[in-house]
Design a protein around this ligand. Structure first.
Ligand code: ZN
Length: 317
């Protein structure tokens, strides 16, 4: 039978100042802002989506930016690092770029074979990496300030810290169509599809403190299903296995269910359809504040509540 779950859909994190967040991801990392909307559960807060040109699953990093948010802490029971994929010959380019923008990074380290990785953090302390590899067949983004040959291809992997890896591994392999594809030391790598963009690394870190939610931490990770039918099958499978998924929620650009995995990380399963071009011309994604129909009548209030932000295409080169 075909997989229900095909890989990673998006990662959502908590941030501080909206403009700083937007400048970092679009300006320094060169992602495209594919949607500027609000948190559908708290419409006085923005929801920013960054990704490749179309915001394809496997490239979408999203944020709830709260001005002045209290910082969280990386730790156990949390997704601590989101890793983006770039070509292996782009190491010098990226080291130079991060230096130019005063982003501190740790020198390149090898992980698995042929995987040089550098670690850095966004302005709120969110853990990020670039992995330099030749495995990724996705094209480099042509949108934004970075030459396509050096541009980010999308996600490569995510890193979740757990007390022990077994229970989360059981969920991934028995119910969520993943398999163990590599392991080294305390790192266990799973994937639904063995390709960059889909790797979920579980690290056994029994001695780490538990993570604390707040600015600079990940709120949840979403896995991708092709459509609503597959999502309902996945939901049924989770329910039968004793998980407690939410009803299907309409997120305008996809439909979602949420549940807590055994180690404490919030998981979402999101449909690849309909995508970000549903309410905006693909040429102009992310330029206007888009609201779902239920909030359109409150647009005035919402626009007053969120601070205006600007894309700064010429400020970053
Ligand atoms: Zn989500």
């Amino acid at each position: 039978m075909d997989n229900l779950i095909t890989g990673i859909h998006h990662v959502t994190a908590l941030a501080g100042a909206p403009q700083e967040n937007l400048d970092f991801y679009t300006g320094i990392l060169g992602l495209r802002m594919v949607k500027k909307t609000v948190n559908f559960d708290a419409p006085d807060v923005y929801h920013f989506y960054y990704g490749d040109e179309q915001g394809n699953p496997g490239s979408i990093m999203t944020f709830f930016p709260y001005e002045g948010i209290q910082k969280g802490r990386h730790g156990k029971g949390m997704l601590n690092i989101t890793t983006f994929s770039v070509p292996s010959n782009s190491l010098l380019f990226w080291e130079e770029r991060l230096k130019n923008y005063n982003v501190n990074y740790k020198p390149a380290q090898d992980r698995f074979d042929n995987e040089a990785v550098i670690y850095f953090e966004d302005p709120d302390g969110l853990g990020l990496e670039l992995v330099f590899n030749d495995k990724d067949e996705r094209p480099g983004f042509t949108y934004g300030p970075i030459p396509a040959q050096h541009a980010i291809r999308g996600f490569y992997s995510v890193e979740i810290w757990q007390e022990g890896y077994e229970r989360t591994a059981g969920l991934l392999t028995e119910i969520m169509d993943h398999r163990l594809i590599a392991e080294k030391g305390n790192r266990f790598r799973f994937a639904a599809t063995d390709a960059p963009g889909n790797y979920v690394d579980i690290l056994c870190t029994p001695d780490a403190l538990r993570g604390l939610g707040g600015g600079g931490t990940v709120h949840h990770i979403a896995f991708s299903v092709p459509n609503k039918d597959k999502q309902l099958f996945a939901r049924e499978k989770l329910s039968r296995a004793g998980y407690n998924p939410t009803p299907v929620l309409d997120r305008q650009y996809f439909e979602s269910i949420y549940f807590r995995e055994p180690g404490g990380v919030l998981f979402e399963i999101a449909t690849a359809e309909p995508g970000f071009a549903i309410d905006e011309d693909p040429e102009h994604l992310g330029e206007a504040l888009k609201l779902p129909p239920q909030y359109e009548s409150k647009r005035d209030l919402i626009e007053k509540a969120v601070k205006p932000v600007q894309l700064n295409p010429t400020k970053f080169k």
